[in-house]
Design a protein around this ligand. Structure first.
Ligand code: G6Q
Length: 551
């Protein structure tokens, strides 16, 4: 592909940035009454309203022309068909096959991967039923009541987010817990109230070499042994999810207790595989299938809908426009659904690990900004914290507001109050409050002209803050599956436009090797490493102080 910046649509978009910055979004509504009808769409159980963005018909036409010029349809086909589009790791990208409920064949090197996917799903189903129905028992014959997932990054964030989000659909048979951090506090706190006879550990690691996970898994094993005193208990209390069979075996987990992952599933796209075991254990296999079905429906939408009615494409284009062209490099995710409290953290990895890159597919430095900084938390709590910044700081932060028409846990009188805030905020972020409005309000309160003049600049809200609104029917397994897949494909579309490889993560790999180099220095009395002046002295200080604290 030619350099994306030289494409006709890109060049045309550049000529539109000034006008977009100068025209308030609310003025666009005044010019075009049909904006909502034109700039919103329904995808499965999700309404996406992107009308509160600084786009008009001409800009949108250019943005849509750009996805055509970069050959998105071709890239999309290549992903679904199992081409090795993760070029730096020479891997296919087939998380869509994991939830391919239509079961159409997907060939990789001449082999239909659906056979392996279906085989593994059947194993997950059997295992989940055995645990949930009490046929699978601990070493002393007791039922399993608690599952502890040990994994980090892509082997943690997805299942952690989904089990939290879908708790209202769980029964009380199995409680799930997550340990990701190598800070011993997490595993100690998690295990303290649990009974080893009733705990099942899922060691989730694609590589089965990740230091945090292997350290926690070993600690968990020791904890079990301190109660069972018999190595054979491991078989009843440990299962693994990995693509490294040899390492799983070396840990002492039998092949029949090990679930497969494949190199064509990236960690941050893996919750649809056996990495989703905690989800299926908590909710039951049927609900897990619902989650897969929702994602599959979104895959079909992404694959089949024309770009101008394609939710992931449009969501991606709004981010592209706001960040790369208008220079708004951070984006906030604001769910108004309490169970989605980990959604921003999940998306932070999905987007930033995928698109936080600075060279293109052939290794040339790209001259534009890629991946936005993703952050956020529950919107209603944010209102009493950082929304001040969103409304009145000098930095414009585009926001995604996510809410539901029906609460998954209705409590009389609560949901309308929550949603009143939801609608009020996007309206206020766009409209702001003008000096005239403030002056009128203060005069109405009986303030003197002098007081009004003094307060006025502080109370004015510029507005013109772009937002997307995603309104779900209800946060159920199917809709959540669709919502996650919507964002996954958005990330893919952005990667295609930015011409970067969204599916590698060399920055993460770096972290995995760096600490391993320093660890022996912390374990030995002598400072042996060669580091920069700061790091070397910090390590020395740490070791000296540690000795003092011991004495
Ligand atoms: C995700 C990343 C990364 C990975 C973790 C855990 O896409 O590759 O977050 O998931 O580093 O890796 P393992 O599953 O191999 O332990």
């Amino acid at each position: 592909m030619a350099n994306v910046t030289s494409l006709k649509a890109w060049q045309s978009l550049l000529t539109r940035t000034e006008q977009a910055q100068q025209t308030p979004i609310k003025a666009l509504f005044a010019q075009d009454e049909a904006r909502f009808q034109k700039y919103s769409l329904q995808a499965q159980n999700i309404l996406l309203d992107y009308s509160k963005n600084p786009v008009d018909d001409a800009t949108l036409a250019d943005l849509l022309a750009l996805v055509k010029e970069v050959g998105l349809d071709n890239w999309r086909d290549r992903m679904f068909h199992g081409d090795r589009i993760n070029a730096t790791e020479n891997r296919a990208v087939l998380h869509t096959a994991l939830r391919n409920r239509s079961n159409t064949p997907v060939f990789l090197d001449g082999v239909n991967v659906m056979d392996a996917v279906n085989r593994e799903l059947a194993r997950i189903k059997n295992f989940v039923n055995a645990v949930r129905k009490g046929r699978w028992r601990g070493y002393s014959g007791k039922r399993i009541t608690d599952v502890v997932n040990i994994g980090i990054g892509g082997s943690d964030l997805g299942p952690r987010m989904v089990t939290q989000a879908l708790k209202p659909y769980a029964d009380d048979r199995i409680r799930v817990h997550f340990v990701s951090n190598v800070d011993g506090v997490e595993i100690a706190n998690t295990l303290r109230p649990l009974n080893p006879e009733r705990v099942l550990f899922v060691v989730a690691s694609k590589t089965f070499t990740t230091s945090e996970t292997m350290t926690n898994a070993q600690t968990a094993r020791n904890w079990l042994m301190s109660s069972a005193f018999d190595e054979r208990a491991v078989a009843k209390h440990f299962v693994a999810v990995s693509s490294n069979e040899a390492a799983v075996k070396a840990f002492g987990i039998r092949p029949e207790n090990s679930f497969q992952m494949w190199d064509w599933v990236g960690g941050r796209f893996s919750l649809w595989s056996a990495i989703g075991l905690p989800i299926a254990l908590q909710l039951g296999f049927k609900q897990f299938e619902e989650l897969l079905s929702g994602a599959h429906e979104m895959d079909l939408h992404f694959r089949d809908m024309p770009f101008e009615r394609n939710a992931p494409v449009l969501l991606a284009l709004m981010t592209l426009w706001n960040s790369t062209f208008l220079g708004r490099h951070s984006q906030v995710i604001l769910p108004y659904d309490w169970p989605l409290q980990r959604f921003a953290a999940y998306l932070q990895q999905a987007e930033m690990e995928s698109n936080g890159k600075s060279v293109d597919r052939v290794g040339e430095r790209v001259p534009y900004t890629t991946g936005a900084v993703i952050w956020g938390q529950l919107g209603i709590d944010g209102q009493h914290a950082f929304y001040q910044y969103l409304h009145q700081s000098n930095t414009v932060v585009p926001a995604d507001f996510i809410g539901s028409i029906e609460s998954s846990t209705p409590v009389r009188g609560h949901h309308e109050k929550l949603m009143a805030n939801f609608f009020a905020q996007t309206e206020a972020l766009m409209n702001g409050i003008s000096a005239e409005e403030v002056a009128r309000e203060l005069a109405g309160q009986g303030l003197s002209e002098q007081e009004i003049e003094r307060l006025l600049p502080h109370k004015v809200h510029q507005g013109n803050r772009p937002t997307n609104t995603l309104l779900l029917k209800r946060l159920d397994p199917r809709t959540l599956g669709a919502l996650i897949a919507l964002y996954e494909h958005k990330i893919f579309v952005l990667g295609v436009i930015w011409n970067i490889c969204s599916f590698d993560q060399w920055g993460v790999e770096l972290g995995k090797t760096l600490a391993a180099r320093i660890l022996p220095e912390l374990q030995q009395a002598q400072n042996e490493g060669r580091h920069d002046g700061s790091t070397e002295n910090l390590i020395r200080y740490f070791k000296q102080q540690r000795e003092k604290l011991k004495s």
